[in-house]
Design a protein. Structure first.
Length: 487
RNA sequence: GGCGCGUUCGUCUAGUGGUUAGGACACAGCCCUCUCAAGGCUGGUGCACGGGUUCGACUCCCGUACGCGCUGCCA
């Protein structure tokens, strides 16, 4: 038996694997030569092969990410293959969620739907001829038997060692038919079973590394049996740990947060989610949390992947999202925030004003979904007044008087800017003998209807003098206590 | 049930025989402050359990428990 692993192995006929390459695993020499040839190896081809369920699972997204990282790290290719053997309706529609999710995460593929490629088609439903051909090959070799109309693959009944790049060497005993029955590869109605078509496609598409969820680890020896029966060298395998819920239970599609789309809808940024996903099972090992994707590509190695399942920590993802928003450029923030503002039907036609508003709101935003709430009052005079804020601030009888005084001081300002506004307010506070906050709070509620928001001075500057004075006037009229009637 | 994988703070992780077991999120307190955040500082919480091996185990081996996966004519 020759060492069937590794691109270099085939180029080295002198490598006598009969003694060192047990179970067709990598021999030591091959490993080293293979590792040397590892960087920027165009022979490296990986694939992401989701079933078109109508949504992209967060675990699937990470599997896609790890495949993408591996391909990019080595200068290899990523293939996207849609495994639609079982789902006969609306495949394209259901697959759209997958494309959208991958694109949102910035994970491009080198062959597959929309892109094409030499080794297509990339929908299993369109590959029947290929499967028929390989089935015939197996039948001719006597590997197939019929059972109640279905076709089964007769297991060779041997031990199969899986040499997993993440999990290490694992010996599976497949000799007992009672515990490892012969797998079905085709149903009586002619449709194909996953194990068979998956292997055929990986062979046909020249996949060098199969990086997939650990739920497939136990299936792998069966797949290797198929490779051998077909006379093909099995690819390298890397089974990555699963993503669980916070409580350690398996994340099923019904769990909140299982669908990538929920993160998109809630206003997480793609860079933050992608970064968070990178850290689930993989680590740069230097305590970095926010790490640029280019840096991850540079550092990513399958050997650094954990073997233990990871719980999805929404708190941390949320924190990371805030970090990304705080540190991203204003242009990027505007780009990301715009659809959320449009969806909230906020009039953002004034680009310069929008830019000014977002520049001061940016530091407050943790979730893009919150942008409308934090900025709506900038764009309309019909903003709501938070009853609690009004009660707290204008509950004090002096508040209205102070606001009136502030309004008069502000009216005198010629160059309406942050510095002038601040000086004006603080000077007045001193004059009235009150705290700065005693003016700031009424001003804030009057101008925005809220008790929280960006720096007041910046906020007022952006709104403009005219708008601010008008809002003060209306607030004074609305919240000033009625004049006392003395008897 | 059988087989496989896993087990370091609540969570994500660093750590491969000798560390005061490090970082991050979350949490608590303090500082700063016009609010809310952010930021800074401080703090508590962890090697699942039991046996080995060793001068010495979080680290290596075995077992137990627990978790997860596979065991489909789902993928």
């Amino acid at each position: 038996m020759i060492c069937s692993r590794g691109p270099m192995a085939r180029l080295l006929p002198t490598t006598n694997g009969s003694q060192i390459c047990v179970y067709s695993n990598l021999c030591f020499i091959c490993v080293n030569l293979w590792l040397i040839s590892f960087s920027m190896n165009p022979e490296i081809r990986v694939r992401f092969a989701p079933s078109p369920t109508g949504y992209l699972h967060i675990g699937g997204a990470r599997t896609a990410l790890f495949n993408w990282l591996f391909a990019r790290h080595h200068g290899g290719k990523l293939v996207l293959r849609i495994e639609d053997t079982d789902i006969k309706r609306n495949t394209e529609e259901a697959a759209a969620a997958i494309y959208e999710g991958l694109e949102w995460l910035g994970l491009n593929w080198d062959a597959g739907p929309h892109i094409g490629g030499d080794l297509g088609p990339y929908f299993q439903s369109q590959r029947t001829d290929i499967y028929e051909r390989h089935l015939k090959q197996l039948q001719d070799a006597g590997h197939i038997f019929e059972d109640a109309g279905a076709l089964r693959f007769r297991s060779p009944r041997e031990h199969v060692v899986v040499n997993d790049l993440v999990c290490g060497k694992i010996d599976f005993d497949l000799t007992n038919p009672g515990t490892h029955p012969d797998m079905t590869i085709r149903r009586p109605d002619g449709s194909w079973i996953f194990h068979f078509v998956n292997v055929i496609d990986d062979i046909e598409m020249k996949i060098s590394h199969v990086i997939r969820g650990e739920d497939h680890l136990s299936n792998t020896p069966k797949h290797i049996e198929l490779y051998r029966a077909l006379g093909a060298a099995p690819p390298h395998f890397a089974h990555i740990p699963l993503i669980l819920n916070r409580d350690g239970s398996k994340m099923s599609k019904r769990d909140a947060g299982a669908r990538l789309a929920t993160y998109i809808e809630q206003g997480y940024t793609p860079e933050a989610v992608r970064n968070y996903l990178c850290l689930l099972g993989w680590s740069p090992k230097d305590n970095r949390e926010k790490i640029d994707i280019d840096e991850v590509v540079k550092l990513f190695e399958l050997e650094k992947i954990n073997r233990r399942n990871a719980a999805f920590d929404l708190d941390k993802c949320f924190w990371l999202n805030g970090q990304y928003i705080a540190q991203m450029s204003l242009d990027r923030f505007i780009e990301l925030a715009r659809p959320f503002l449009e969806k909230a039907k906020i009039d953002i036609s004034d680009q310069a004003y929008l830019r000014a508003v977002l520049s001061i709101a940016k530091e407050k935003i943790k979730l893009l979904n919150d942008v409308p709430e934090w900025t709506r009052y900038f764009f309309t005079e019909q903003y709501e007044f938070d009853p609690t804020a009004v009660e707290k601030v204008f509950g004090k009888p002096e508040a209205a008087e102070r606001l009136i005084a502030l309004r008069d001081e502000f009216a005198k300002i010629e160059n309406w800017n942050v510095e002038k506004i601040e000086i004006s307010l603080k000077t007045l506070a001193q004059k009235l003998g009150c705290k700065t906050g005693d003016l700031v709070h009424p001003a804030r509620v009057a101008a925005s209807g809220r008790s929280v928001g960006p720096s007041l001075y910046h906020m007022l500057e952006v709104m403009g003098k005219k708008r601010v004075l008008a809002r003060f006037d209306r607030a004074i009229e609305k919240f000033a206590p009625p004049p006392r009637v003395s008897s």
